[in-house]
Design a protein around this ligand. Structure first.
Ligand SMILES: [Zn+2]
Length: 174
Protein backbone atom coordinates (compact mmCIF):
# COMPACT_ATOMS: atom_id res chain seq x y z
CA UNK A 1 0.00 0.00 0.00
CA UNK A 2 1.41 3.39 -1.00
CA UNK A 3 1.50 5.96 1.77
CA UNK A 4 1.16 9.32 0.13
CA UNK A 5 3.84 11.31 1.95
CA UNK A 6 4.50 14.55 0.10
CA UNK A 7 7.88 15.84 1.27
CA UNK A 8 11.29 14.32 2.01
CA UNK A 9 11.95 14.15 5.79
CA UNK A 10 15.68 14.68 5.12
CA UNK A 11 15.76 17.60 2.68
CA UNK A 12 12.09 18.69 2.35
CA UNK A 13 12.02 18.35 -1.44
CA UNK A 14 8.90 16.93 -3.07
CA UNK A 15 8.66 13.13 -3.23
CA UNK A 16 7.86 11.22 -6.41
CA UNK A 17 6.35 7.77 -6.85
CA UNK A 18 8.61 5.15 -8.43
CA UNK A 19 8.83 1.37 -8.69
CA UNK A 20 12.04 0.13 -6.99
CA UNK A 21 13.31 -2.12 -8.45
CA UNK A 22 11.69 -1.26 -11.75
CA UNK A 23 10.07 -4.70 -11.92
CA UNK A 24 8.56 -4.36 -8.43
CA UNK A 25 4.78 -4.32 -8.16
CA UNK A 26 5.21 -1.99 -5.16
CA UNK A 27 5.50 1.74 -5.66
CA UNK A 28 7.72 3.72 -3.28
CA UNK A 29 7.90 7.37 -2.46
CA UNK A 30 11.38 8.64 -3.36
CA UNK A 31 13.10 12.00 -3.13
CA UNK A 32 14.40 13.10 -6.52
CA UNK A 33 16.74 15.62 -4.84
CA UNK A 34 18.64 13.51 -2.28
CA UNK A 35 17.63 9.93 -3.11
CA UNK A 36 15.87 9.13 0.18
CA UNK A 37 13.34 6.31 -0.22
CA UNK A 38 10.35 5.53 1.96
CA UNK A 39 10.32 1.72 1.97
CA UNK A 40 7.22 1.47 4.15
CA UNK A 41 8.27 -1.85 5.68
CA UNK A 42 6.06 -3.54 8.25
CA UNK A 43 7.17 -2.48 11.72
CA UNK A 44 8.75 -5.29 13.77
CA UNK A 45 7.58 -6.29 17.22
CA UNK A 46 8.54 -9.12 19.55
CA UNK A 47 6.56 -10.69 22.35
CA UNK A 48 6.15 -13.77 24.44
CA UNK A 49 3.69 -16.42 25.47
CA UNK A 50 4.51 -17.01 29.13
CA UNK A 51 3.03 -20.13 30.71
CA UNK A 52 2.87 -20.84 34.43
CA UNK A 53 3.17 -24.24 36.10
CA UNK A 54 -0.59 -24.81 35.64
CA UNK A 55 -0.21 -24.24 31.89
CA UNK A 56 -2.00 -20.91 32.05
CA UNK A 57 -1.09 -18.08 29.67
CA UNK A 58 -0.16 -14.61 30.86
CA UNK A 59 -2.12 -11.76 29.28
CA UNK A 60 -1.83 -8.08 30.09
CA UNK A 61 -4.57 -5.47 29.90
CA UNK A 62 -3.45 -2.56 27.72
CA UNK A 63 -3.13 0.78 29.46
CA UNK A 64 -2.55 2.70 26.22
CA UNK A 65 -4.17 3.15 22.83
CA UNK A 66 -4.66 1.50 20.45
CA UNK A 67 -6.92 -1.21 21.87
CA UNK A 68 -6.88 0.43 25.31
CA UNK A 69 -8.34 -1.89 27.95
CA UNK A 70 -8.14 -5.05 25.85
CA UNK A 71 -6.04 -8.14 26.64
CA UNK A 72 -2.68 -8.42 24.93
CA UNK A 73 0.35 -10.65 24.93
CA UNK A 74 3.28 -8.83 26.53
CA UNK A 75 5.67 -7.46 23.91
CA UNK A 76 6.44 -4.36 21.93
CA UNK A 77 8.26 -2.65 19.10
CA UNK A 78 11.91 -3.46 18.50
CA UNK A 79 14.61 -0.85 18.88
CA UNK A 80 16.98 -0.20 15.93
CA UNK A 81 19.21 -3.22 15.39
CA UNK A 82 17.64 -5.18 18.24
CA UNK A 83 17.23 -8.93 17.77
CA UNK A 84 13.62 -10.06 18.35
CA UNK A 85 14.80 -12.45 21.05
CA UNK A 86 16.42 -9.57 22.95
CA UNK A 87 13.38 -7.36 22.34
CA UNK A 88 11.09 -10.06 23.70
CA UNK A 89 13.16 -10.43 26.89
CA UNK A 90 13.35 -6.64 27.34
CA UNK A 91 9.66 -5.97 26.74
CA UNK A 92 8.50 -8.80 28.99
CA UNK A 93 10.66 -7.48 31.83
CA UNK A 94 9.37 -3.92 31.28
CA UNK A 95 5.70 -4.86 31.14
CA UNK A 96 5.45 -7.80 33.53
CA UNK A 97 8.50 -7.70 35.81
CA UNK A 98 9.29 -11.25 34.70
CA UNK A 99 12.80 -12.32 33.82
CA UNK A 100 12.07 -14.85 31.10
CA UNK A 101 13.95 -17.46 29.20
CA UNK A 102 12.59 -17.99 25.69
CA UNK A 103 12.34 -21.76 25.22
CA UNK A 104 11.12 -21.89 21.65
CA UNK A 105 10.22 -19.91 18.57
CA UNK A 106 6.45 -19.64 18.28
CA UNK A 107 5.70 -17.84 15.04
CA UNK A 108 5.42 -14.64 13.01
CA UNK A 109 2.05 -13.00 12.52
CA UNK A 110 1.34 -10.06 10.23
CA UNK A 111 -1.11 -7.39 11.36
CA UNK A 112 -1.86 -3.69 11.42
CA UNK A 113 -1.60 -1.40 14.45
CA UNK A 114 -4.46 0.91 15.38
CA UNK A 115 -6.93 2.60 13.06
CA UNK A 116 -4.50 3.21 10.16
CA UNK A 117 -4.69 0.23 7.75
CA UNK A 118 -1.29 1.27 6.31
CA UNK A 119 0.49 0.78 9.66
CA UNK A 120 1.65 -2.77 9.09
CA UNK A 121 3.31 -4.81 11.83
CA UNK A 122 5.48 -7.94 11.72
CA UNK A 123 4.99 -9.68 15.05
CA UNK A 124 7.41 -12.35 16.28
CA UNK A 125 6.54 -14.48 19.31
CA UNK A 126 8.50 -16.86 21.49
CA UNK A 127 7.31 -19.39 24.05
CA UNK A 128 8.79 -18.29 27.38
CA UNK A 129 9.21 -19.50 30.90
CA UNK A 130 9.79 -17.31 33.94
CA UNK A 131 13.21 -17.71 35.54
CA UNK A 132 13.16 -14.70 37.89
CA UNK A 133 11.87 -11.25 38.63
CA UNK A 134 8.81 -10.04 40.50
CA UNK A 135 5.70 -10.36 38.39
CA UNK A 136 3.48 -7.28 38.32
CA UNK A 137 1.89 -5.23 35.55
CA UNK A 138 3.99 -2.18 34.65
CA UNK A 139 4.74 0.28 31.86
CA UNK A 140 2.06 -0.04 29.13
CA UNK A 141 0.29 -2.84 31.01
CA UNK A 142 -2.50 -1.93 33.43
CA UNK A 143 -3.31 -5.38 34.72
CA UNK A 144 -1.87 -8.85 34.41
CA UNK A 145 -3.67 -12.18 34.64
CA UNK A 146 -3.24 -15.87 33.89
CA UNK A 147 -5.74 -17.71 31.69
CA UNK A 148 -6.27 -21.40 31.02
CA UNK A 149 -6.88 -21.97 27.33
CA UNK A 150 -10.58 -22.66 28.03
CA UNK A 151 -10.87 -19.25 29.69
CA UNK A 152 -9.13 -17.07 27.07
CA UNK A 153 -11.19 -13.86 26.63
CA UNK A 154 -11.32 -14.19 22.83
CA UNK A 155 -13.69 -11.27 22.26
CA UNK A 156 -11.48 -8.96 24.35
CA UNK A 157 -8.11 -9.68 22.71
CA UNK A 158 -6.33 -6.55 21.51
CA UNK A 159 -5.12 -7.55 18.04
CA UNK A 160 -5.63 -10.13 15.31
CA UNK A 161 -2.00 -11.24 15.68
CA UNK A 162 -2.60 -11.97 19.38
CA UNK A 163 -5.65 -14.09 18.56
CA UNK A 164 -3.65 -16.00 15.96
CA UNK A 165 -0.67 -16.52 18.28
CA UNK A 166 -2.91 -17.76 21.11
CA UNK A 167 -4.83 -20.04 18.73
CA UNK A 168 -1.57 -21.55 17.50
CA UNK A 169 -0.53 -22.22 21.12
CA UNK A 170 -3.83 -24.04 21.57
CA UNK A 171 -3.30 -24.80 25.25
CA UNK A 172 -0.30 -27.08 24.76
CA UNK A 173 2.15 -27.33 27.68
CA UNK A 174 5.70 -26.04 27.17
ZN1 LIG B 1 15.45 14.49 0.05
Amino acid sequence: MLVDYKFCPRCAATLETVAIPKSSPFSRRKCAACGWIFWNNSRPTAGGLILDDQNRLMLIRRGIEPSLGLWDLPGGFLEPGEHPLDGCIRELLEETGAVVEPVGFHGVFMDTYGPNPDDHTHNTFYMCKVVGGEIAAADDAEELAWFAYADIPWTELAFKNVTEAVELWGGKPL
